[in-house]
Design a protein around this ligand. Sequence first.
Ligand SMILES: [Fe+2]
Length: 291
Amino acid sequence: MILKKNEVPSSPKLGVEWTQSLENDIIDRLAEVDCVEIIPENFFFNRRDDFIKKLGASGTPVMIHGVELSIGSDEPVKQAHLERMLEVADRVNMIDLSDHLCMTESGGVEVGQLTPLPWSVNAADVVCKNIERVMAQVRVPFLIENIANRFVFPETELTEVQFINRVLDRTGCQLLLDLHNLHANAFNFKFDPFAWLEELDLNRVGAIHLAGGHYDDEGTLVDGHSHPIPDRVWELYRSVCAKVTPACTIVERTENFPVYGEVLTEVDKARGIVNSSIISFSQDLQSGVGR
Ligand SMILES: [Fe+2]
């Protein structure tokens, strides 16, 4: 769902990302979240069938979040891979489909990681064509996620935000805004993440990822989904929620597992931020102040 300015979703959804180590807890405590995000590649060829059956039977809204569609490769998006994603999606209550703004393979050779794209008009054209191919085949919103950049191309034609805005505008797809990826990029490449958000078309944010990472031996902030969500990411989340109300927010914790209750505490904290932004927005509307 794309929100117009001054519009809030009727019931913003807050949830968690599936991870194998926590899947029993996730199933046992589905009533405590509004939605679950799954990476469909983990469930191809009926793998982890029991979890998918239970998740599907529950009717829980599910975000299908791919990692290998390679939407930025300069070749048509992999049709067989997309069909496998949709086979998984058919078994649950899919509310949206997403993948990353990057490439993961080219010419049939897998890169093995989310690889940044050059921020150029030509690269944007390639991405747009692939997104349009996907959108033509799905009945739910398609979202593209900003990645944690391991490197950036020098002297690019566009800034990252211009590149993202261009793709969103051209295709009508939505942004899955990962605020820890933004935080990591801002730290590693030394820019102001709040200024980055100022440039972004926030009205096209369809969902948000919150996570915590860690620093490697060289002092690089890694998007590890491995630690509690840091204060800086919460600040970014408050900043976004002050301007638009995200329809979905997912807490990603897929490494260095805590007890599941700690993940749910972060979900509740996010819920509190979203709800207080809605209250404040309602008060602004009553007093005639726009967002
Ligand atoms: Fe993410």
